[in-house]
Ligand binder design. Structure first.
Ligand code: PMP
Length: 462
């Protein structure tokens, strides 16, 4: 047992409340309840300090694609640290793991994408996109092309640009966001906003908002459009099949760069290497993070198409942008070991042809539950919409989110980590999930729904 796990849980909780400011947390509420202390991970399983075993239905935070506790990654990190733990990539220097990773990423990315700019996180990657697309247009002699169009309820990170590109209203309300030059259009959320319409017609209608916005702003002022192929934190919003082709057509028509945020969708989550492959998108830029290292160490990046890279490289002016940890050798070594596992174990194909279809089939069986309005899943990323009456899905629980968080708490109690977004429950388990573990996940999800339903009956909701 590691030394750090020998502290009594009560001591850790007390010190946590005194000293640790957590991300996205109501600290007063957390201090009253006490944080759950996670002490071990192995495969799809987690253990907390009180000995509870949990099925990690969220892959940490959408990132442990190869599962927890892989010794190959630990070994690669150990070896790299012994050789060269850190050096920067500024001042005409480079290092072997970063170069090999860039080469490897170019090989798995769509054919027209062959370069990468490294960051440490998804937020930094999206900040880089904002600066890079403006720089690109300036180099091309169109400095007025400054505006980036994003979507309501998107999530692109927590830095100033990331939170501004994101379309989360509560985030914008704190600190005067979005920053100038970022606007938002509607999201392709059929269950929430498309009732009464056929999926495909709704997809076209949502995409048409992009053209309307471009015309309002003037295409000569628009630099790029950015979107997650499937919105993750917004509630696993899977767009209708018509949406992305129409977005692509509009971007091409007005010569606007298309950036795909692949931070969640990348590295096998959809059963293809990238969500862009799944939807047939040909992005000019792709942001990556999370699954590139399976979260073992922090690493992100912007993958850049030949079209954009040719301008950045050949027009020659220095791009005044970069991070101390851009191309961190140890993080790159972790990524290489992670990609080795994904390729050796055929995890992308496995999601496409085996465990993906299997879990999707099992997940669908939850649609008969009296509080489930919709089940949806692509690859191994899915959601359940909770409603008071599945026969009338326009009816929602009020206030929004209360039932979702009751269900999320029951999920933890039954031994399943799911996340609640509004009144939906979302999952994105490791790509190594076995059939037996998929059965267990769905069994625990049904138990969660039953307990939630009983609780709502007790509270007089039904
Ligand atoms: N983009 C997307 C689509 C994400 O889901 C996230 C994180 N959940 C980010 C960007 C930000 O990544 P990070 O937290 O690594 O900064």
């Amino acid at each position: 047992m590691l030394q750090s796990n020998l502290y009594p849980t009560a001591d850790l909780r007390a010190a946590d409340a005194r000293h640790y400011l957590h991300p996205f947390t109501d600290h007063k509420a957390l201090a009253e309840e006490g944080a759950r202390v996670i002490v071990k991970g192995d495969g799809v399983w987690l253990w907390d300090s009180e000995g509870n075993k949990l099925l990690d239905g969220m892959s940490g935070l959408w990132c442990t694609n190869v599962g927890h506790g892989r010794p190959e990654i630990a070994d690669a990190v150990h070896a790299q640290m012994g050789e060269l733990a850190f050096y920067n990539s500024f001042f005409k220097t480079t290092n072997a793991p970063a170069v090999r990773l860039a080469e490897r990423l170019a090989a798995i990315a769509p054919a027209h994408i062959n370069k990468v700019f490294f960051t440490s996180s998804g937020s930094e990657a999206n900040d880089t996109v904002l600066r890079m697309v403006r720089h690109y247009w300036a180099l091309k002699g169109q400095p007025n092309r400054q505006i980036v169009i994003a979507r309501h309820n998107a999530y692109h990170g927590s830095t100033m640009a990331g939170a501004s590109l994101g379309g989360m209203k509560p985030m914008h309300a704190q600190g005067g966001l979005p920053i100038p030059g970022i606007v938002h259009i509607r999201q392709p959320y059929w269950f929430g906003e498309g009732h009464g319409m056929a999926h495909d017609a709704f997809g076209l209608q949502a995409a048409a908002d992009l053209e309307r916005m471009i015309r309002t702003l003037g295409p000569e002022n628009v630099a790029a459009f950015i979107g997650e192929p499937i919105q993750g934190a917004g509630g696993v919003i899977i767009p209708p099949a018509t949406y992305w082709p129409e977005i692509q057509r509009i971007c091409r028509k007005y010569d606007i760069l298309l950036a795909a945020d692949e931070v969640i969708c990348g590295f096998g989550r959809t059963g293809r290497w990238f969500g862009s492959d799944y939807f047939g998108i040909e992005p000019d830029l792709m942001t990556i993070a999370k699954g590139v290292t399976s979260g073992y160490l922090p690493l992100g990046g912007v993958m850049v198409s030949d079209k954009v890279a040719d301008v950045l490289v050949n027009l020659g002016e220095e791009f005044y942008h970069g991070y101390t940890y851009s191309g961190h050798p140890t993080c790159a070594a972790a990524a290489l070991a992670n990609l080795d596992i994904i390729q050796r174990e055929g995890l992308v194909e496995r999601v496409a042809n085996d465990i993906g279809p299997y879990l999707q089939g099992r997940w669908k069986t939850l649609a008969d539950h009296p509080i489930v309005g919709e089940t949806r899943m692509v690859g191994l990323i899915g959601a359940l919409e909770l409603v008071p009456d599945p026969k009338n899905i326009s009816n929602r629980f009020t206030p929004t989110g209360a039932v979702g968080s009751i269900a999320r708490d029951y999920a933890f109690q039954t031994g399943l980590v799911m996340r609640a977004v509004r009144d939906s429950l979302i999952i994105a388990p490791p790509l190594t999930l076995t059939h037996a573990e998929a059965d267990e996940l769905v069994r625990l999800a049904r138990q969660t729904l039953d307990l939630t339903y009983e609780e709502l009956k007790r509270r007089g909701v039904f």
